[in-house]
Design a protein around this ligand. Structure first.
Ligand SMILES: O=c1ccn([C@@H]2O[C@H](COP(=O)(O)O)[C@@H](O)[C@H]2O)c(=O)[nH]1
Length: 261
């Protein structure tokens, strides 16, 4: 089954894994490994995917990269879809290599990508995702307070830059459809609910990855194809590793997002 089909069969909440070694005792890598495997198992019925932020694993050195690989495999063993949040983007020939590194290496998984280099730079990701049954989430309107500096710039035709990015993506999103939804998704901050609804109109077939829930002040947003994403708030509820607390937090989010579950 493709990434898109798998996530849509599950509750619309994404667990973000952004491990901070300082919170994991004297043997942090081993503790992160055990805690994350336990957390994914405990939350398996309450989430649609696990998002791994590569930056936190890269910061752990060469062993950190191996750990991320082990945890991605662990997620797939639990039948959990995986999103690699690496925000890649480069000239086409290098984008090919990034696509191999994440989409081909982890079939059926998704990758976040940066559209700044243009359409030719996105194509290798889209081609590889189509081959591997994966998906791509393009940064459209990011969750951070400074995202307006460039993304909200007004263009000569009156649109904002992020709106022009969305309008550019819509045709490709239609080409990349898997049934009613598309392999080409968008990242839209949960911290900008008005833009979430406005972009939903512009990109009707795209799943939206909505980071910013919890720690960045975003609220749960319920709607078709909206994948609410929390890292710190779910991985470290109360500011530290806590399996029970994470389970309660996931249930609290789900009571807002999918009250029937
Ligand atoms: O617009 C964006 C795109 C990606 N992120 C990533 O999501 C998580 C958010 O972490 P929290 O602890 O839930 O704040 C993190 O990995 C970011 O790199 C984002 O926040 N906003």
């Amino acid at each position: 089954m493709e990434f898109v089909e798998e996530v849509l069969q599950r509750p619309p909440l994404v667990l973000g894994v952004d491990p901070r070694p300082g919170l994991h005792g004297p043997e942090p890598l081993e503790h992160i490994r055990r805690y994350t495997l336990g957390l994914m198992e405990a939350l398996a019925g309450k989430i649609c995917a696990v998002k791994f932020q590569t930056a936190f694993f890269e910061a752990l050195g060469p062993a950190g990269f191996g750990l991320m690989h082990e945890l991605v495999v662990g997620a797939r063993v639990l039948s959990l879809p995986v999103i690699v949040d690496a925000k890649r983007g480069d000239i086409g020939s290098t984008a090919e290599a990034y696509a191999r590194a994440y989409l081909e290496a982890y079939p059926g998984s998704a990758l976040t990508v940066n559209p700044y280099l243009g359409h030719d730079a996105l194509e290798p990701f889209l081609r590889t995702a189509a081959r591997s049954g994966g998906a791509v989430f393009v940064l459209v309107k990011t969750s951070n307070p400074g995202s307006s500096l460039f993304q909200d710039l007004p263009l000569a035709d009156g649109r904002r830059l992020y709106q022009a990015v969305a309008d550019h993506l819509v045709q490709e999103a239609e080409r990349q459809r898997v049934g009613a939804w598309s392999r080409l998704g968008a990242v839209v901050g949960a911290t900008y609910p008005a833009q979430v609804w406005e972009l939903r109109e512009r990109l009707p077939w795209s799943l939206f990855l909505l980071p910013g829930l919890g720690a960045q002040g975003g609220q749960a947003i319920r709607g078709p194809g909206l994948l609410n994403t929390a890292s710190r708030a779910l991985y470290y509820p109360g500011g530290r590793p806590d399996l029970e607390g994470a389970l309660h937090q996931a249930e609290a989010y789900l009571s807002e997002l999918a009250p029937s579950l």
